[in-house]
Design a protein around this ligand. Structure first.
Ligand code: UFG
Length: 337
């Protein structure tokens, strides 16, 4: 199939592009390069050994996106594009509502105009807010995110559900990612955060390479075995494969489907730090700090639904994540050129 990837030069989009190409799909990327670099396109082509189409465009520009869909004869879309910094969304909620919602609506209009009826949406486990129960399954309440970023995901899920109900021929997969981390094993693709990383793994790699002085562990007094927070870290390669599997599922006309993408295993911050120290063979400069507001003590998925219905499961471990993230950081200390 020919697949449109919005935000395809971003972290998850770029890894998914490579997996799609490996499965003989064709890839068309639309990205405005707000939080990514053009050189990612060459890296995708280098790693995959295949050519892709790239358009630098704003998704809000429905006319342009619609024309790209028509010219390229796009058959399905994966919507990665969007702002994703929790802190920024608290400081500037209007930016998040404006951008994440208008781009999603505009994309849907362009798809609609071109009779494209397969869409995969990058949602997040953030829609579960403070988990109703763990492990989290897809039936858990998903309406209580703790910040504006998370609320944009909830609202977009809602919009897509309404859209699918009004147009039963549409097939939509909402993919709720747990904690994506790691990098492509070639070390040519990886996470390239702008500014100070919000997330644990890129912060760890930047401390280890000397870009940041010290990791602050956000609290060790939670009700968990070692007192630090537990998350479900999924290797970006596994996540990329989950997108390919979701597209296969959409071909069977399921209507709207929702899947949690995670490993089903939780690791504490201390465990991640230890795994990372083993991967780098050096101790990391770290200290215990206060809790971070908004953090839930523990969250991980029940992976059964995705495993059963997508015939997919996360294979890689926290050791693989740490090894690949570190290799990417070492070989690309400045990120992408
Ligand atoms: N952490 C630290 N020190 C750091 C960074 C993180 O101790 O410097 C801790 C956090 O407090 C948390 C854990 O590492 O306990 C993981 O934190 P991340 O920020 O990497 O991940 P979150 O689980 O907070 O965030 C992820 C996604 C968000 C999403 C959120 C809620 O990155 O996009 O899950 O589901 F909104």
């Amino acid at each position: 199939m020919k697949i449109l990837l919005t935000g395809g030069t971003g972290y998850i989009g770029s890894h998914t592009a490579v997996e799609l190409l490996a499965e003989n799909h064709e890839v068309v990327i639309v990205d405005n390069l707000r939080n990514s670099k053009r050189s990612v396109v060459e890296r995708i082509e280098e790693v995959s050994g295949k050519q892709i189409s790239f358009y630098e465009a704003h998704l809000e520009d429905t006319e342009t996106v619609s024309r790209i869909c028509a010219d390229e004869q796009v058959e399905a879309a994966i919507h990665f594009a969007g702002l994703k910094s929790v802190g920024e969304s608290v400081a500037d909620p209007l930016l998040y509502y404006q951008l994440n919602l208008t781009t999603s609506i505009s994309l849907c209009q362009a798809l609609f105009e071109n009779d494209i009826n397969m869409l995969v949406f990058s949602s997040s486990a953030t829609v579960y807010g403070n988990p109703e129960r763990i492990p989290l399954d897809e039936k858990c309440r998903a309406t209580e995110a703790a910040n504006p970023y998370g609320r944009t995901k909830i609202i977009i899920e809602r919009i897509l559900r309404d859209l699918q109900q009004a147009n039963p021929a549409m097939n939509i997969a909402l993919l709720r990612y747990f904690n994506p981390a790691g990098a492509h094993p070639s070390a040519r693709l990886g996470e390239d955060p702008t500014g100070v990383p919000n997330n644990l793994v890129p912060f760890l790699t930047q401390v280890a390479i000397g870009m940041r002085e010290q990791l602050v562990i956000n609290g060790d007094d939670y009700e968990t075995a070692d007192g630090t927070c537990i998350r479900d870290y999924i290797h970006v390669q596994d996540l990329a494969k989950g997108h390919v599997a979701s597209l296969e599922k959409l071909k069977t006309n399921p209507g709207l489907v929702t899947y949690n993408l995670g490993t089903g295993r939780g690791h504490s911050v201390s465990e991640v730090v230890q795994a990372f120290e083993r991967a780098t063979n050096q101790p990391l400069n770290k200290r215990i700090g206060p809790r971070r507001p908004g953090d839930v003590p523990s969250t991980y998925t029940d992976p059964a639904l995705a495993e059963n219905e997508l015939n997919w499961r996360a294979e890689l471990t926290i050791e693989d994540i740490c090894r690949d993230a570190w290799r990417w950081q070492e070989e690309n200390p400045e990120g992408y050129p």
